[in-house]
Ligand binder design. Structure first.
Ligand code: GLU
Length: 480
């Protein structure tokens, strides 16, 4: 059991999960699966001021909506629970007490004002702000007195002086630091809640997490965690600090100012979860044979955090669109019908859904584009007489429309074969310029220059609508 790979994701319920967090979650999930280990979901809700209502459920839902799951955590249980930090307060207090007993931690009664003054003073002296250990000098009696008087206090870690310390980051190698650079960090706040630093170390230890893979923004916190592992004489997990995504234009950390960033928003825009996961896989990592399309199973088999790129990569939307298109085209029509359902406008002719999807699937990049790609099937089109007359004069186009109408009105059956045969025959017999005639028909019946194949489209459109549109086109030109 000792070597069991146990990874975790530890989100805070502070709002929609960032798409970058989902990408990190995927790595933790995959690495645990690869080693037949366990992936743990832990909710870090010790900052009650930032919590949003329904935040825990939102986290669970979005993970499931991406097709992923956790082995232990909220809703699942597990032998290291509870997995919600606010339900573990007694544990953090117990471990803080242990450090206090061993004089590895101390009470600090300094007021906010004093700490602010100290910070300003150090800044003015161009030093990095650090606590000056004022309360470390209190005698036992002074301390007892203050506690008796119900003075507010926090508990700080007593960071050892001038010790060289290091940890291994699986992506960056060894990272060394001197303990003197580290502040006597707060472990327990005055309201009895732990800080992130204490809670994350206690929980990662108690939950037997063997790999801590998290965003690189936490790298500056890791020395603090390492000091805590040492204070407790606990074995440290392995760390991997994963580069964050840059904005699609490659400039700066991916942020709301340059577009949506929540994991949910990408599903809402009609990206398939499988495509998004595939996209996350290949951002900053490539499988041995460099392929870009791979399934979750293949990723689980091949992924290793040691092979991740150290540099941040842009969230390349063009690549995501391409991958999404590949996944859309892989879907069976029946399946695509189910997935696209919630993106259909209310006036979409559901009875024609399958046939329309077959026609537009090639050009469908995101599911939310369905309306734009198909509205000419069920909404009035804008006919533009100038376009209809672009390549031929009025007389010729009227003749073409008249002859086409006559033939199509008398078709025995409105099906692809008859339509194609009839229209091609008209063109050949009359010696009309094929490009001009077909484009004119496309514009008159579908209202756009670029569309799915002409014959298939008018077959789906049906005789009534098609013939009406051709008549309207004729009237429009005659009125000119
Ligand atoms: N609660 C932190 C977050 O919201 C977890 C950081 C970590 O993985 O250690 O991202």
């Amino acid at each position: 059991m000792q070597n069991l790979v146990r990874t975790r994701m530890a989100p805070s319920p502070t709002g929609d999960m960032h798409v970058g967090s989902m990408a990190i979650l995927l790595k933790n999930y995959a690495y645990a699966k690869k080693h037949a280990g366990k992936f743990i979901l832990r909710i870090e809700d010790t900052d009650k001021t930032r919590e949003v209502k329904g935040g825990v459920k939102a986290i669970q839902d979005i993970i499931n909506d991406y097709g992923l799951d956790w082995d232990e955590g909220p809703g699942k249980g597990g032998k290291f629970g509870p997995y919600i930090q606010s339900q573990r307060l007694g544990l953090y207090q117990k471990y803080t007490q242990q450090l206090l007993n061993e004089t590895k931690a101390y009470h600090c009664f300094c007021s906010k004002e004093r700490l602010e003054e100290l910070r300003d003073k150090m800044r003015a002296e161009k030093k990095a702000p650090k606590y000056d250990r004022h309360c470390l000098g209190l005698s036992e009696a002074e301390k007892e007195e203050k506690i008796k008087n119900k003075e507010k206090f926090v508990v700080r870690l007593r960071v050892p002086d001038n010790k060289n310390i290091s940890f291994i980051d699986l992506i960056r190698g060894e990272i060394a630091f001197n303990s003197s650079e580290i502040d006597d960090q707060v472990l327990l706040k005055s309201d009895g809640y732990p800080t992130y630093h204490l809670a994350v170390v206690v929980d990662d230890h108690l939950m037997q997490i063997s790999y801590v893979m998290r965003g690189e923004e936490w790298i500056s916190s890791t020395p603090k965690h390492v000091l805590l592992y040492q204070a407790f004489s606990w074995q440290q997990p392995k760390f991997a600090h994963i580069p964050i995504f840059l904005n699609p234009d490659g400039k700066g950390k991916m942020s709301k100012r340059k577009g949506t960033v929540s994991a949910r928003s990408f599903l809402d825009r009609g990206y398939l979860p499988e495509a998004l996961l595939n996209f996350f896989m290949i951002l900053g990592w490539t499988p041995k044979d460099q392929r870009e399309i791979l399934s979750l199973e293949e990723y689980v088999e091949e992924f290793d955090p040691r092979d991740l790129n150290k540099n941040s990569v842009a969230f390349d939307l063009k690549k995501l669109d391409w991958i999404n298109g590949v996944y859309i085209r892989k879907l069976k029509i029946e399946n695509l019908k189910l997935k696209i359902n919630k993106f259909l406008p209310s006036d979409f002719p559901k009875d024609k859904l399958g046939k329309i999807l077959v026609l537009v699937r090639e050009r469908l990049v995101r599911l939310d584009e369905i309306e734009e790609l198909t509205n000419f099937f069920y909404r009035d089109i804008d006919l533009d007489s100038n376009l209809l007359l672009k390549k031929a004069d009025q007389m010729l186009v009227v003749e073409q429309l008249n002859k086409s109408l006559k033939k199509l009105e008398n078709l025995e059956a409105w099906n692809l074969e008859n339509l194609e045969k009839t229209i091609r025959k008209l063109q050949e017999e009359n010696n009309w310029h094929r490009g001009q005639y077909f484009m004119m028909l496309r514009l008159a019946s579908l209202g756009r220059k670029v569309s799915p194949p002409l014959f298939e489209s008018i077959e789906v459109l049906g005789s009534e609508i098609t013939l009406n549109r051709l008549r309207q086109a004729k009237d429009l030109i005659n009125d000119k």
